[in-house]
Design a protein around this ligand. Structure first.
Ligand SMILES: NC(=O)c1ccc[n+]([C@@H]2O[C@H](COP(=O)([O-])OP(=O)(O)OC[C@H]3O[C@@H](n4cnc5c(N)ncnc54)[C@H](OP(=O)(O)O)[C@@H]3O)[C@@H](O)[C@H]2O)c1
Length: 398
């Protein structure tokens, strides 16, 4: 039986993870849960799964939880430190990292430093500090199993028994190709993007996800983040990582080998499939979900991404090549700008204009220590905040 911690249990990935766990009580035991502020759902989850420890980031919410959960054995913690304590709980074997944004970095790193296997949804961890995280994972002999459907696809493609034992399959990879649905604004010109509302940008055509990743999909920076994530997860140089738009979200990613043979991983867009793959790895279990019926697929189409119309994708490609503290700055500036857009303080195209300004103002250094990454993150949030205040006080962005 695997003992599991779910960080971000009240979010889209967290809820889907608990859905899988609920179906296989003989395979998994939940020993820890962590959430941000949604105490209503968190209370229900604690009552159902009875973890040994549960932490809620919002310190005000813990008193409410304590009242509602009187008599239960679960130890209740709060704040960022409480979430980290859950991530490194002594009883846990596997930590599902599904907090959104930079808040996921330290809990995920703490899980690695205490030798837990990590099932990683929080791509921001790899964007901000991929080199450090992989270094620590190697030092602690910890597996990081991707939950992102594209990376789960590549993981499966790299782990199929295509080659006899001992062959260095990695050297045979010419490139990996991450697919992108294109999001709700596929084929919107820059002019059309000016009038995009929050509701339009949140309406993802194929995946049901939390608000931040939904906006990241609309700007296409999500795919740029995934390129950075792939660089560190699979130890591939940036030039071996490509992106193609595939609106149907049926092929989740592909590998091209040096002999020009390509293999693809396919399936219906349901995050429970890659989540179950990570939870059961290295085994596979039958899942009671709908199969992909190939005869019902009208067509599968592919096209290059519009990096001019969606400049955040190109910015991610550039910071991937440049490295150092730039990816952490890109991540922080984007997170702040997306927050401002969701609060309707700025327009959709302001997101990329703001991020561009912050990247241009940054003097990057090599990011060898986690403190350097955290400093860059703080600096970028401060800088972004100033630009947002100016932009909302009658100084339009160019
Ligand atoms: N959704 C997908 O299909 C999908 C696919 C691939 C990758 N991902 C990645 O998975 C991560 C989660 O995405 P999501 O769509 O599940 O997001 P979401 O629905 O917004 O959920 C985010 C979760 O993080 C929690 N949280 C936020 N701040 C926290 C903090 N400081 N401490 C502890 N918990 C905190 C939230 O708690 P409250 O709700 O209680 O505030 C919630 O449980 C993101 O990094 C995303 O890029 C998601």
């Amino acid at each position: 039986m695997k003992k599991i911690v779910v960080l971000g249990s009240t979010g889209s990935i967290g809820i889907n993870t608990l859905d899988i766990i609920r179906r296989f009580p003989e395979s998994f035991q939940v020993v820890g849960l962590a959430a941000g502020a949604n105490h209503l759902l968190f209370t229900k989850q604690i009552k159902e799964f009875r973890p040994r420890v549960a932490a809620i980031f919002d310190k005000k919410a813990v008193a409410i939880l304590a009242k509602k959960l009187k008599g239960l054995d679960t130890e209740l913690l709060s704040g960022a430190d409480g979430v980290i304590d859950v991530a490194r709980h002594a009883d846990a074997d596997l930590v599902v990292s599904a907090i959104v944004g930079a808040a996921g970095l330290l809990p995920t790193l703490s899980a690695i430093l205490t030798n837990k296997t990590v099932a990683l949804a929080n791509k921001e961890t790899m964007v901000m500090a991929g080199e450090i995280v992989q270094r620590e994972a190697k030092a602690h002999k910890v597996d990081i199993l991707p939950i992102d459907s594209e990376h789960a696809a590549i993981h499966q493609l790299l782990h199929t028994p295509l080659h006899p034992p001992g062959r260095k399959q990695r050297e045979d990879v010419k490139k990996i190709i991450l697919t992108a649905s294109g999001g709700p604004l596929l084929r919107y010109t820059s002019r059309m993007q000016k009038s995009v509302t929050c509701e339009e940008a949140l309406a993802h055509p194929t995946w049901k996800m939390g608000p931040k990743i939904s906006i990241d999909s609309a700007t296409l920076i999500n795919k740029g983040f995934e390129m950075i994530e792939a660089r560190w997860l699979f130890d591939l140089p940036p030039e071996k990582i490509d992106v193609v738009i595939h609106p149907q979200s049926i092929i989740h990613s592909l590998i091209e080998f040096t002999d020009r043979s390509m293999i693809a991983q396919m399936g219906l867009p349901d995050m429970r499939i890659p989540i179950a793959y990570a939870l059961f790895y290295p085994d596979r279990k039958p899942l009671p979900f709908k199969s992909l019926d190939l005869t019902k697929l009208a067509k599968l189409t592919f096209e290059p991404p519009d990096k001019k119309g969606f400049p955040l994708l190109q910015m991610a490609v550039d910071v991937l090549a440049a490295g150092g503290t730039l990816p952490a700055v890109l991540n922080a500036a984007n997170e702040e700008a997306v927050g401002a857009f969701l609060q309707k303080k700025i327009q959709f195209p302001d997101i990329h204009k703001i991020v561009r300004k912050v990247l241009d103002a940054h003097l990057p250094i090599a990011a060898k220590k986690i403190e350097e990454v955290l400093m860059a993150d703080r600096w970028a949030r401060w800088e972004t905040g100033k630009i947002i205040v100016r932009a909302t006080h009658a100084s339009p962005l160019h």
